[in-house]
Design a protein around this ligand. Sequence first.
Ligand SMILES: Nc1ncnc2c1ncn2[C@@H]1O[C@H](COP(=O)(O)OP(=O)(O)O)[C@@H](O)[C@H]1O
Ligand SMILES: [Mg+2]
Length: 510
Amino acid sequence: MTTARRIRTTTRRPATSARSLDELLGDFGTRMPRTPPPAPHPPADRLFPYRVSPRGRHRTGHGWAPTLPPLPRYLMTSEQTPVLWPLIAGDGLPPTGAPMGYNVLSGGGFYCDPMGWVLDDAIPVTNPNVFIFGKPGRGKSALVKAFLLRMIRFGHRSLVLGDVKDEYEDICLALDVTPYRIGPGLPGRINPLDVGPLAVDWEAQDRAELHRRIQVVTSRWLTLVRGLVGSQGVPFTPTEERVIHQVLQDLTGWTRAQTRLRDVTVPLVWAALDEPTDDLVRGCRYDSRHHFYDSTRPLRDALGALCEGSLKGMFDTESTYRPNWRAPIQSLSLRALREQGNEAALAIALMCLSSWGQGARELAAPGDRRIVLRDEAWMQTRLGTEAVKTLDANLRLSRTDGDIQLVTYHKPSDPLSAGDEGSQAVQIAKDLLNLADIRILMGQDAKVADELGGLLGLTPMQQQIVTGWAMQEKGRALWMVGDQRYKVQTLLTPLEQQLTYTNEAIAAAP
Ligand SMILES: Nc1ncnc2c1ncn2[C@@H]1O[C@H](COP(=O)(O)OP(=O)(O)O)[C@@H](O)[C@H]1O
Ligand SMILES: [Mg+2]
């Protein structure tokens, strides 16, 4: 009761007689402290300074809703999600390097820059090698040619190791370069056992460097001889390897500590086996010359076959070819050999060129950036396990920084045809596929879908892109850049269409 009365008294007090505290203090020249005005922006240390209810702010123009809409729920896999939200295109690649066409999902331009991708930590690519797969006629070579041409302005020159159909002739001529032809009856020679640029300034090197260089060169030679011998069905065991290693070191003069390396050729190796020195027989632990002959007969016969027959005069003497590394493109044409129709000889020739190319790029002038192309590599790998191993080693040991290795195949399983399922060959072939972080999958037949899944890890939807969408138009491909996938249409300029035209034979047919 007292409290109520007191309140009433207070409220009854006339308003005029009351002076506020502020007014009272004003008489003394001061005033009550004021609360500071609110900061115009939310404090930087709080991400969400205001709580907004799920129905929005209850203010005009602030999107307030009296009731919440029902939340739709969908249950699906991440593979099905893009069907409902097809424009979620994933991370794009930076617009650097050769413009190739457009990314079909985003509609943006698509650029290919293998070196730039390796240098960019955000892109999961650790080597600039590119494998291109596709059914014949889908546009593999056209894509390669467009890439070679478009990379010229970024300082990349090209080296074509084995142009089987002379289809790089047009772009060579357009760039004022004459392709170098080798084949039966032609004067050009390539020695796959060339020492290559490592022979340059040999005398000026110290012993450790010489040792390193001879290791590099001999291991390439051994890989090639293993491939050549193995592709003729002759086993190449550690015993054969020891003999060939010894012969190669004797022939170069390395064992006699010569100051200059002598050139080695396949006929010289063959002759050294045919007329073995006592040192060789003893050095390889054979009881007698007779024992040596008996044990190395298949090896000698396999090497002898390379000096005769279709390949005679192509790979058996010193190289007459001196690449012009300053020219925008260098191409080695094998068309003359192809016209003979001997596929095995062609495959062996490709193997020789591949190995020679590895050696030729062992050292490069600073700034010499090159695209090294092995078109139709599937021919080589069909020769057998040893041929697959040779290609694998050529790619793996290609050590010039700045070189981009391009390889074209038909199907991912091409190298697998070299051996039985589950064999060592299959494992090697699978490893070969993993050598490139960039893989371009052009159109394939539906029956290849399973191997796209098994060998390259494509999901059913990605397989469908390769066997369906990519088959509908030339130049369409699924690009695998590290673990990222891009659906890309390559575009050719009218001039490029002319330079890449490969259907003359079909068009001329009645
Ligand atoms: N993106 C493209 N646009 C238009 N024509 C193309 C495209 N890609 C390839 N072609 C044409 O298709 C034909 C076959 O291409 P090619 O590259 O030789 O196939 P592959 O090397 O896969 O057998 C060539 O005449 C080429 O000009
Ligand atoms: Mg082709």
